[in-house]
Design a protein around this ligand. Structure first.
Ligand code: GRG
Length: 293
């Protein structure tokens, strides 16, 4: 575990260095676009999606240099989604990653455009990703577009926004979160499969694992939301409850929601055993992503 932790730290440093390199400020009249992008992306994010992409690529013995740009593209999409999710028209959040949200630092219109820039730039990067054939690049573009678009994250967000005040059933909630959160996790692992030329069996395996991790991550987030608010206020009313949202905790209760996370993680670990190589790195990422914050 100790060795894996060190190796993970090395991956994290490489991801952060790549993001830093890709987001250099351009001394143009609209320099504040690049400054805002740096503020939003280079803050203290956990980089779970890029780390999953690198770990999946490493399963097949492919060096990080082949995966760092695609992994960064995943992070740019994730950061754009956080910027837009925090806006007054959506969650209206004042803080993100322990600092004021982008629209609190820059005018709201500028924050929207910074999200648009990151979204567009992610695809530009994939179209030129180093060490990869044209076929692999186009596959990455397709996977990311599907994961982030109408059938993926944006579609999930639309379902989320339109579900406020409604009582969702467990199935609907699961469908919503598989799109909003799950597809991007799945894309991270599928990136690893494409970059590494994985066979169909391993591709499908990583797809299934990604979906389970994404869903577990969302349920865990609902659980943490309730636990943190209980610690802060002395009683367990989360912001989701205040916003009248159906969550896994409102549907299942806290204990059963936690059990659902554990079950999904256990299923994920069972699937890991079928992967072609040492999966310790993936386990370490999960361990860190799911430790109670
Ligand atoms: C606005 C198009 C659009 C989509 C928004 C924000 C979003 C879609 C999806 C994320 C959904 C979400 C808030 C899930 C809860 C899980 C969560 C806490 C996400 C934040 O991701 P982390 O924990 O954040 O990976 P860091 O800051 O570490 O990158």
């Amino acid at each position: 575990m100790q060795t894996e932790l060190l190796a993970l730290r090395n991956d994290l440093e490489e991801v952060n260095a790549t993001l830093e390199h890709l987001l250099q400020t351009k001394e143009l009249e609209h320099v504040h676009l690049y400054e805002a992008a740096r503020y939003a992306v280079l803050g203290p994010g956990k980089r779970i999606r890029p780390l999953l992409c690198l770990a999946a690529t490493q399963l097949f013995g492919i060096p990080n240099s082949h995966a760092l740009v695609p992994a960064s593209a995943l992070e740019l999409i994730h950061c754009y989604s956080l910027i837009h999710d925090d806006l007054p028209a959506m969650d209206n959040d004042d803080y993100r990653r322990g600092r004021p949200t982008l629209h609190k630092v820059y005018p709201e219109g500028h924050a929207i455009l910074t999200g648009d820039y990151l979204l567009t730039y992610a695809f530009e990067l994939l179209s030129n990703a180093p060490h990869l054939s044209a076929e692999k690049r186009i596959n990455l573009v397709r996977i990311l577009a599907e994961a982030a678009g109408g059938e993926g994250m944006v579609g999930g967000q639309v379902r989320d926004v339109s579900s406020e005040g409604k009582n969702l059933k467990l199935n609907d909630l699961e469908e919503l979160h598989l799109r909003k959160t799950g597809r991007m996790f799945q894309a991270a692992l599928l990136f690893g499969a494409v970059i590494s030329d994985a066979n169909e069996t391993n591709y499908q395996l990583l797809k299934e694992i990604g979906e389970k991790i994404g869903l577990a991550f969302q349920i865990h987030d609902d659980v943490i939301d309730v636990i943190n608010s209980a610690q802060k206020h002395g009683y367990s009313v989360s912001s989701d409850q205040t916003n009248n949202k159906t969550t896994y905790v409102t549907l299942l209760g806290l204990d059963e929601a936690r059990t659902a996370v554990d079950t999904l993680l256990q299923e994920t670990k069972t699937l890991f055993e079928k992967l072609p190589a040492n999966q310790e790195k993936l386990k370490t990422i999960l361990h860190r992503a799911f430790s109670i914050k």
